[in-house]
Design a protein around this ligand. Structure first.
Ligand code: SF4
Length: 351
């Protein structure tokens, strides 16, 4: 059961409370390359990304934020390490949130300067604690970057923010592996009221990284922990968004988009099912409705599963049956199956 957290607004997008779990991603471009960054963010927007973060590494990146912000439709987050002056510049440029790692920003005076400017502009700060950059005093106390060491670091950061009367906060805490990340988030969820940004750091290339993220985020989300997620993958950030929605769909935490179920195929299948499923998947990406579509390979389980879905195909030998809302509608040849399915979907919904 999800415990409602304090509500934090990132532009028009709300985190916490009972708001839907928000999907975010991060650009891979040099932020000062404004046109490339905007192009990548627009691709993310088309993939339904809801918040985007950019790395602000130097003054050129900070100077690019205003133009980027003006050219996109989703909230913009500036990701800052080391130099608190970049955080001040990013806030001035009008970003909707900043992410800092207090472990490398420096002394309390610098944190105070950031919180004051964020307070003036009424934007939240994500306190992003990583096991790789815990303060020396914490490491001395705990010996290793354990989940408890991460939680202690979060607690100390929040104390600093509290001294500055700053409460517009989102927390993230990334361990060195899936187990310690789960442990750290579970403790943080119990102890603090701020919304949680979930991520499995350095997850890897899309296939393995997607699985690792699905395991880590899935366990936390299933326990009701988390308010926004990023699936970190090496490669195209659009895949991060696709993977994030797949995780949320699998847990039925977001239901706005179509879900395709397709059978794994076996020796009974007598059509090119993988090709059919891929075509259906590609065309379904254009739809903004919560519909369940089944693509099944044979008559053993096919008709039953296809009847359970809103729309479905159950295949036979080089042909198949189209179902809608549990009713068999037509029998068509294999080459016509996908078109026939979408004719039926379009007749039944407005997309
Ligand atoms: S639906 Fe048919 S083809 Fe697909 S896995 Fe099941 S038995 Fe095999």
């Amino acid at each position: 059961m999800r415990k409602p957290k304090r509500i934090v607004a990132v532009g028009p997008v709300k985190l916490g409370g009972f708001h839907p779990i928000v999907v975010q991603s991060m650009t891979k471009t040099k932020t000062h390359d404004v046109s490339k960054t905007i192009r990548q963010i627009r691709r993310l927007e088309r993939a339904r990304c809801e918040i985007v973060r950019v790395a602000v590494v130097n003054r050129d990146d900070a100077a690019a934020l205003k133009k980027i912000k003006q050219s996109i439709g989703i909230p913009l987050v500036a990701d800052i390490h080391f130099d608190y002056r970049l955080a001040l510049k990013a806030i001035e440029a009008g970003v909707d949130k900043i992410r800092i790692n207090p472990g490398n920003i420096g002394d309390a005076r610098k944190i105070a300067a950031i919180t004051k400017r964020a307070q003036d502009k009424n934007i939240p700060i994500r306190v992003g604690v990583n096991s790789g950059s815990l303060p020396r005093t914490v490491l001395m106390k705990f010996k290793h970057p354990t989940a408890r060491a991460i939680v202690e670091t979060v607690r100390r950061c929040l104390d600093t923010f509290r001294r500055n009367r700053f409460y517009n906060i989102v927390i993230s805490a990334k361990g060195a592996d899936v187990g310690s990340t789960i442990e750290a988030y579970t403790m943080i969820d119990k102890n603090f009221q701020y919304p949680l940004h979930l991520g499995i750091t350095e997850a890897g290339l899309p296939f393995r990284g997607g699985i690792k993220s699905a395991v880590g985020l899935g366990i936390l989300l299933h326990q009701g922990i988390g308010d926004t997620i990023r699936v970190s993958l090496t490669g195209d950030p659009v895949l991060e968004v696709v993977a994030a929605f797949e995780i949320l769909h699998a847990l039925e935490l977001r239901k706005e988009h179509p879900v395709l179920i397709s059978c794994p195929m076996c020796g009974r299948c007598e059509v090119a099912l993988e090709k059919i499923a891929r075509n259906v998947d590609r065309r379904l990406a254009q739809y903004n409705r919560n519909i369940k579509v089944a693509v099944m390979g044979c008559v053993v389980n096919g008709p039953g599963e296809a009847r359970e879905a809103d729309f479905g195909i159950a295949c036979g030998k080089h042909r198949g049956i189209i179902f809608a809302k549990g009713k068999e509608l037509k029998r068509v040849r294999e080459s016509q199956l996908v078109d026939a399915l979408f004719e039926v979907i379009d007749e039944n919904i407005n997309h």
